[in-house]
Write a protein that binds this ligand. Structure first.
Ligand code: EPZ
Length: 420
């Protein structure tokens, strides 16, 4: 396994282009199971997770070719409705093949994804949703087996104790598009990635309204055709790059950004005194060392994204003042706290809160990545720290950031790989 070495202190300068959104491309690739016709997906990021999903699609009988950011998915050999544990366990998002398999084949057998370091990751809302559409569910030997003689529209409430669910909304939408009649999802997730999936389904011939709002209406159709679609930019990568400029006191131009997807982050950074200039899809981010600490509470979109919480904690670790960071989506998503403290941060965990007392600077240290966004947080901390930081288990980082080393090196960061 490789580790990433970062020599801290360089101010990032120059231009960088954001890749396609991981959390949009995964459900959209799953949606190609809803048709036997070819689908062409563009602006696809070359990530571990993308390739895991392509492997899963091939195991389900699809032919899938990935070349220079474009994926062509078409009918392969005989269709299979079983998503094996060995594939689903490597990537939780694989569970979003449940809805399209059920929609197209009226049958699905999908391994339960299990938990991960950021939380238990239950699927009760997914199962509640497909049951409401008429699926019989049986859980046995770590698999969910779903069958439906007929899928019918339903009116269902999909909110959970932590609010809306992104992938549960995706799964229900992908089962409902081929059901008989009308489905209304109340407390649907509003994330831009859910909207991108809905746009792709509409291009395939689905009848969907309300995507991006808490109430999504779907009128079932008989057949979906192939479609061509370009993935939206990754707002979490964009947010991570914004913080990379701020934490190093840099000056970078971030291209291919949907500013309106970053409202909560930009608002918080404005409150902290970081004024970002934006014009036609590009964002100019000039770091200034006089930022002030702000409090963060993560919420479903359009609230502050949980996927930016760890990265924001890095910035607050070197910002004057006290920042209280409250994690309302995954209350245990704090594996990065101990690693940041090893680098000299002053962070105290209190249940779903982390109290961050900003310090003048961090010191480079050997640290360990635990999950995708925690690894991004450690990269940001390493960029700002005095001396050298080595981050082990960087396969976590490769799951969700396309060519991140190259992008940072092009911005002047001193980053390289070494064997563990
Ligand atoms: C998506 O995961 C994202 N992944 C996550 O990004 C992101 O953190 C999360 O949404 C929240 O925004 C993808 O889109 C592939 P949820 P998802 O269902 O859909 C609870 C990253 O770093 N819940 O919206 O699995 C759940 O435990 C990843 O890119 C239930 O209780 O998350 C959580 O507390 C990490 N029952 C809350 O809802 C369920 O059936 C939101 O989870 C489902 C979820």
């Amino acid at each position: 396994m490789d580790k990433l070495i970062i020599e801290g202190g360089a101010k990032l300068k120059g231009e960088v282009t954001v890749s396609g959104a991981k959390n949009a491309v995964l459900p959209i690739l799953a949606a190609t199971l809803l048709t036997d016709e070819p689908c062409l997906i563009k602006n696809v990021p070359n990530l571990r997770d993308t390739n895991s999903m392509l492997k899963l699609l091939r195991s389900l009988g699809k032919s899938a070719e990935f070349d220079k950011g474009k994926v062509m998915v078409s009918k392969g050999r005989e269709t299979n409705y079983i998503a094996e544990y060995k594939l689903v366990s490597t990537m939780r998002a694989s569970f979003c093949v449940l809805g399209p398999l059920l929609g197209k084949l009226r049958r699905a057998k999908v391994s339960l994804p299990g938990g991960c370091v950021i939380g238990a990751r239950p699927v009760d809302l997914h199962l509640k949703g497909v049951k409401a559409l008429g699926a019989d569910i049986n859980i046995d030997a770590g698999y969910v087996e779903a069958k439906a003689k007929r899928l019918h529209g339903a009116y269902l409430y999909l909110g959970g104790v932590y609010g809306s669910s992104v992938l549960a909304t995706d799964n229900v939408m992908m089962a409902a598009v081929l059901a008989d009649g009308k489905t209304v999802i109340e407390s649907a997730a509003c994330e831009p990635e859910v909207v991108d999936l809905a746009e792709f389904l509409i291009k395939m011939g689905a009848k969907i309204k309300g995507q991006g709002t808490p109430i999504i209406e779907i009128e079932g159709v008989k057949h979906l055709r192939g479609a061509i679609h370009s993935i939206i930019p990754d707002r979490i990568e964009a947010g991570t790059l914004i913080l990379a400029s701020l934490i190093t006191g840099g000056d970078i131009l971030i291209k291919n950004v949907q500013i309106r997807h970053l409202g909560a982050l930009i608002d918080k950074l404005d409150e902290a005194g970081a004024h970002l200039g934006h014009s036609d899809g590009a964002l100019r981010v000039k770091g200034n060392r006089r930022l002030k600490a702000v409090n963060i509470t993560t919420l479903p979109y359009p609230g502050f994204p949980t996927d930016m919480q760890a990265q924001m904690m890095s910035l607050m670790s070197v910002t004057r003042g006290i920042s209280v960071i409250t994690e309302k989506i995954y209350p245990d998503r704090f594996m990065h706290v101990s690693e940041l403290n090893r680098m000299g941060a002053h962070i105290q965990r209190e249940g779903p809160h982390a109290i961050v007392e900003g310090t003048k600077s961090l010191s480079g240290a050997p640290v360990m990545a635990s999950d995708l966004r925690a690894s991004a947080c450690l990269v940001l901390a390493g960029l700002a720290a005095r001396g050298k930081t080595s981050i082990s288990r960087i396969y976590h980082l490769e799951r969700g950031y396309e060519n991140i080393e190259k992008k940072l090196i092009n911005l002047g960061a001193k980053v390289w790989r070494e064997k563990e």
